[in-house]
Design a protein around this ligand. Structure first.
Ligand code: GLC
Length: 666
């Protein structure tokens, strides 16, 4: 029985489970006119109805649910035209999330049921990994950090520390250590405004950099830790605005040399540009949101991870703010579906993993991760789970939800079974027979044992294991990729045992992966001929630099969420302690170089926002582990039972006696 068939039978009754074409998901849906611009007119009233004007269009226009009650199908051509005429700019101030931020005193809501506060005091039932005991223990650790921070008092005063942000902080004052305080100031300095409302943070705010490139833009993936930090601080508006504006950009007509990528794609980044208006008044300007879907990016890489992160942040926003009205909006629901439709569309794939080109995620350059890289699979799984939680049940979505459920089980089975590696599995691969033509092949992907390279034999500890970087026919990429492994823990793509084993592995390989600055993006580096062939001799990705096994402090927040989920926060606390010794002193670099992360990266930008935000989120989560709930997903009992059914029907164990397809073997 094919994988997807088994899933279908468990989850949704008999019949092949494919994502059938559904009128609800026609590619024409929500395709706006090619000349649309997202604009905020500063001085003049609109001259053209075919414009999205100002951020408030989103909040006041569609936000009023003019389309409530309409199926997605109704949002086709007529509705699109109607929508364009309805969108109006109603002034610069963003709508506040009613009933959530007001009078909050730091109180915030998870699942609308439990009231928590920023100091880790929790009311309501606690579960493993989020317990009161941990919160108290971590508060003590936090006090320890504070004194560490005090030792760092000699740190330089940063020129960019202005008073920006004063008065914008709606959250209650919580005493923080000096490094955290500096980080908050820098994070606020990086905020980007559109029509007077905050909508994101720029990638880097480095006054020393001579080549800004696109680091003055708001990157979707870079904003995630910023967004989480703001959510943890009770500042929901910036996240809400970000989610709505990027949603608007999703509908943008995008082309590269006459080719349009799929509808539903989210941009890699966007910039707020101020442009001069035509006309008599020379000083009249307007603000325009200018997205980059990869058509301007170095290497023209596709930002596959953007939409997945967007869904993950949307769910976190709802969980943290308690404002579920955002995810319930018709336009937001449609946005979720467009992303899913793009990811779940049938192609030539043999595997349930998402097939992507090189550089389609955080590693956005040629690094030999084309195919089915773990990072994308972990984000994909996570986004599917989050979307399932948020999608409104309605007839029009039944096929999509069925396809989504199918994929979740098939994907987790595939990754858990075939990407997992530890000493035992490595030895199995080392002894693999090859060229097995049969349905019950053990070495399904025809992996040649010679691929087990000497570094790996030496490196694999007795305890622990990890998910490999990529799997293709006759190819296992044995490199350890941190984000993919960590997010597999956070999302539950890895089993509990695997998740613990990954953390065991990180502990066992501490001096390689954490070293002098957490966290290596991958291990080991590509060197020599391999580097020449795989990266194309990329001078930025030289061995032990940047994406080629450089160390990225931003990964701290994801590590922390994973450790908290597994009730092992002390691992993250140790890593944060190491980072804290240098981050502020080194001016918050984007990445570090060398095997042990001793140098600030060769071309690393300073005051890199996601290094700052990643650190802040790690600290905030350690101070209040219960807050990690907005990020993690627990194993769904339905999926677990479907998964065990899959194991039962695993061809490697059972195939042979009953499989009719065997008849066709030549
Ligand atoms: C680099 C990173 C990418 C990041 C961008 C902005 O291109 O590789 O992951 O989003 O910088 O910080």
């Amino acid at each position: 029985m094919a994988t997807s068939d088994a899933i279908l039978q468990v989850l949704s009754g008999a019949g092949p489970c494919v994502f059938r074409s559904n009128p609800c998901f026609r590619s024409s849906d929500l395709t706006f006119s090619s000349k649309l611009h997202v604009k905020c007119v500063k001085k003049r009233a609109s001259r053209c109805m075919k414009m999205f004007k100002c951020s408030n269009v989103l909040q006041n226009g569609i936000g009023n649910h003019w389309f409530k009650g309409l199926g997605d199908r109704d949002l086709s051509v007529d509705a699109k035209i109607k929508k364009l005429h309805l969108l109006r700019c109603k002034g610069p101030q963003a709508e506040r999330v009613s009933g959530v931020t007001e009078g909050g005193n730091g109180a915030w809501f998870v699942d609308g049921a439990k009231s928590l506060n920023l100091n880790g005091a929790v009311t309501g039932e606690q579960t493993d990994g989020f317990g009161v005991r941990d919160a108290q223990q971590l508060t003590r650790e936090k006090e320890g950090f504070a004194s560490n921070g005090a030792l760092n008092q000699e740190k330089e005063r940063l020129e960019t520390n202005g008073a920006v942000g004063t008065g914008r902080d709606a959250s209650p004052k919580v005493s923080v250590d000096p490094i955290e305080e500096e980080a908050w100031e820098l994070l606020r300095d990086s905020m980007v405004y559109y029509c007077g409302s905050p909508i994101g943070t720029i990638a880097a705010n480095d006054p020393t950099s001579s080549s800004v490139l696109n680091y003055d833009q708001v990157f979707i993936r870079d904003f995630i830790p910023s967004g989480i930090a703001f959510l943890l601080k009770g500042e929901y508006d910036i996240v809400r605005n970000f989610l709505l504006h990027t949603l608007q950009l999703q509908s943008w007509e995008k082309t590269m040399d006459c080719h349009s990528p799929g509808q539903g794609l989210m941009p890699a980044s966007f910039k707020v540009r101020t442009v001069r208006l035509d006309g008599d008044d020379d000083s009249a300007t307007e603000e325009v949101l200018d997205p980059d879907f990869g058509e301007a990016a170095i290497g023209r890489v596709a930002p596959v991870d953007s939409g997945l992160w967007w869904i993950i942040l949307l769910r976190a926003y709802g969980k943290c703010s308690g404002d579920l009205s955002l995810q319930e909006r018709i336009d937001v629901q449609t946005g979720i579906k467009m992303i899913l439709r793009l990811c779940l569309a049938d192609g030539f794939d043999m595997f349930p993993t998402l097939l992507v080109t090189d550089g389609s995620c955080m590693i956005d350059r040629r690094m030999g991760i084309h195919g089915h890289p773990l990072e994308i699979q972990a984000l994909f799984y996570s986004a599917l789970l989050c979307a399932r939680e948020m999608l409104a049940p309605e007839d029009g979505s039944a096929d999509l939800i069925r396809a989504l459920n199918n994929r979740l089980v098939a994907l987790s089975f595939h990754i858990r079974e075939y990407y997992w590696i530890d000493l035992r599995k490595l030895n199995e691969i080392y002894r693999y027979k090859t060229e097995e033509y049969s349905y019950d092949a053990v070495n399904k992907f025809n992996i040649y044992p010679d691929q087990v390279s000497p570094w790996l034999v030496e490196w694999m500890p007795n305890q622990g294991g990890y998910l490999i970087g990529n799997l293709q026919p006759a190819h296992m990429d044995f490199r350890f990729f941190s984000l993919g492994n960590i997010w597999s823990i956070v999302s539950g793509l890895a089993t509990r045992d695997q998740s613990n084993a990954i953390l065991d592995f990180i502990e066992a390989k501490w001096s390689d992966l954490i070293a002098d600055m957490p966290l290596k993006i991958c291990y080991p580096a590509l060197e020599g001929q391999e580097w020449q062939i795989i990266t194309g001799s990329d001078p930025k990705n030289t061995p032990w630099s940047y994406h080629n096994a450089g160390s990225w402090p931003t990964l701290l927040w994801q590590l922390t969420a994973a450790c908290i989920k597994m009730n092992r926060p002390e691992i993250a606390a140790r890593a944060v302690e190491i980072a804290e010794k240098r981050l502020s002193r080194d001016k918050w670099p984007e990445y570090y170089d060398t095997k042990k992360a001793r140098f600030i990266g060769k071309q690393a930008h300073l005051f890199q926002t996601w290094s700052i935000a990643g650190y802040l989120v790690a600290k905030l989560l350690l101070a209040d582990p219960s807050a990690a709930r907005m990020l993690v997903s627990d194993e769904d009992p339905e999926l677990v039972s479907a998964f065990s059914c899959m194991i039962g029907t695993n061809p490697r164990r059972k195939r042979g006696q009953t499989n009719l397809k065997k008849t066709f073997m030549v």
